[in-house]
Design a protein around this ligand. Structure first.
Ligand code: DLL
Length: 434
């Protein structure tokens, strides 16, 4: 069996509970001592560090959300001296509302270990050539898998995302065996390789795909067109990045690295735990992070947990692919997009909040169309003027979101009004229907 850290990945439940209890207590104390905001939050909830003695006590602690992080931007939740930090990463495409994760060297080691586990679980060894085609920079995908690949001793090819011709050339010339990228980019690469008639020139055996939702049908198509086995990997910047959980050869859910994270599955409305096999919101607690530890962080990702024994021998609980979100965040071209950000741009530019977002997929790439009603005075303008207004809005949206969106100005009062919640988003990709 291939494990990166067998003694941890196959530990007994008692051992995992012991690690988690110790990590939970340490993290509560660290946050209570170092972060006034968190101390205040605990006081408001009526809980003291001494009340947390067992794993079950975690339910006494307050939950944290993205809003807590944003409110404390940039340093508010930092839990160690800034001088101990060696890196930041940040969430994608949320100008003005970025979430920053800080890392000490120790935090980076743990994160890279998690990514190394994912690579080894996908069959990676020191003999492999790993092409990392996730973006490098503030996004965690590139740096995380890059570090994991180094730890395994693979030859690491840090192509980052984009420049498809160069990707394919390296893949053929260096005989890349493992590719790491988003599933939509993998599908695009597959299409491009097959169009160029280069299918025989590639040597891929595995792909490690994550950062966005993808269906079993996509998995099947990518596997067939690239001749590899496609593995899912999950993570979020707030928890460090990719590698919070990863798939093994069984491909029946992703093993959560439970020696570094506690996962809870809660009913998003009542916030009560749901049993294994039922859908709930995934909530994570970090156990050994120094710079940006988090307790009971609400991911808004809906998933299902399973403690059933896995035949791969790993003892870590498995989570399903994310099956949806309990908020309205969209992931478009790998970028996190909140409808509220788009609304802000529209209002800033003199429009009213009568808009609709249409997300679709053209070939293997996401598209975003923003339909918004013209104001009554624009309505009387000529077509050239309308074109100009659309261009202005495209630019303003690009600067807020970091991605291109098509803008369609429609006649006043043509976007359907709703009596209940407005239907703002039409997502035609059906990514969660796996
Ligand atoms: O997407 C980290 C990552 C990089 C994961 C590379 C895997 C591979 P964020 O940009 O902070 O971090 O976005 C986190 O992306 O809450 C999920 O909604 C979504 N997501 C991440 N992995 C998956 C996946 C990175 N395998 C948000 N399937 C999360 C579905 C995923 N959604």
């Amino acid at each position: 069996m291939n494990y990166y850290q067998p003694e941890r990945e196959t530990a007994s439940r008692d051992q995992i509970t012991a690690w988690q209890t110790e990590g939970l207590i340490n993290t509560v104390n660290r946050l209570y001592d170092q972060v006034p905001y968190y101390r205040q939050k605990m006081k408001e909830t009526g809980v003291e560090p001494g009340d947390i003695r067992t794993l079950e006590d975690i339910r006494k602690l307050p939950l944290l959300s993205k809003d807590d992080l944003r409110m404390n931007y940039p340093y508010g939740l930092l839990s160690c001296p800034l001088t101990d930090c060696v890196r930041i990463q940040s969430t994608s495409g949320t100008t003005g509302k970025r979430v920053i994760a800080y890392y000490t060297q120790h935090d980076i080691e743990l994160w890279e270990d998690c990514c190394a586990r994912a690579i080894v679980a996908a069959g990676g060894t020191a003999d492999d050539v790993v092409q990392v085609s996730y973006g490098y920079g503030l996004f965690t995908g590139g740096p995380g898998l890059n570090g994991g690949s180094h730890k395994v001793g693979c030859l690491t090819v840090p192509t980052s995302s984009g420049n498809t011709d160069r990707q394919i050339q390296f893949m053929c010339d260096l005989k890349t065996t493992i590719i790491c990228c988003t599933p939509s980019y993998a599908a695009y690469l597959a299409e491009s390789i097959n169009e160029r008639g280069l299918r025989d020139k590639i040597s891929l055996k595995a792909g490690i795909f994550g950062a966005e939702a993808w269906t079993e049908q996509m998995r099947h198509d990518i596997e067939k067109s690239l001749g590899l086995k496609a593995f899912d990997i999950y993570g979020l910047t707030e928890m460090s990045g990719p590698g919070v959980s990863f798939e093994c050869f069984e491909q029946k859910g992703m093993h959560v690295n439970e020696d570094h994270f506690i996962v809870e599955c809660l009913d998003p409305n009542t916030l009560e735990p749901v049993p294994d096999g039922e859908r709930g919101e995934l909530v994570f607690t970090t156990l050994d992070k120094e710079a940006s530890p988090l307790l009971r962080y609400r991911t808004r990702d809906i998933g299902i947990l399973s403690h059933e024994k896995c035949s791969c021998g790993r003892t870590f609980v498995r989570m399903s692919k994310p099956l949806g979100r309990s908020d309205d965040m969209l992931i478009v071209k790998g970028v996190n997009v909140f409808p509220s950000q788009i609304e802000e741009v529209l209002l800033d530019n003199g429009y009213q909040a009568n808009y609709q977002l249409v997300v679709d997929r053209a070939g293997n790439s996401d598209t975003l169309e923003v339909r918004v009603e013209m104001t009554p005075d624009m309505f009387s303008d000529n077509l050239d003027d309308i074109g100009r207004y659309e261009k202005q809005l495209v630019a303003a949206l690009k600067s807020m979101l970091g991605i291109y969106s098509k803008v369609s100005l429609v006649n006043p009062k043509t976007i359907e009004r709703s009596e209940g919640k407005a239907v703002r988003v039409i997502d035609k990709r059906h990514l969660y229907n796996a």
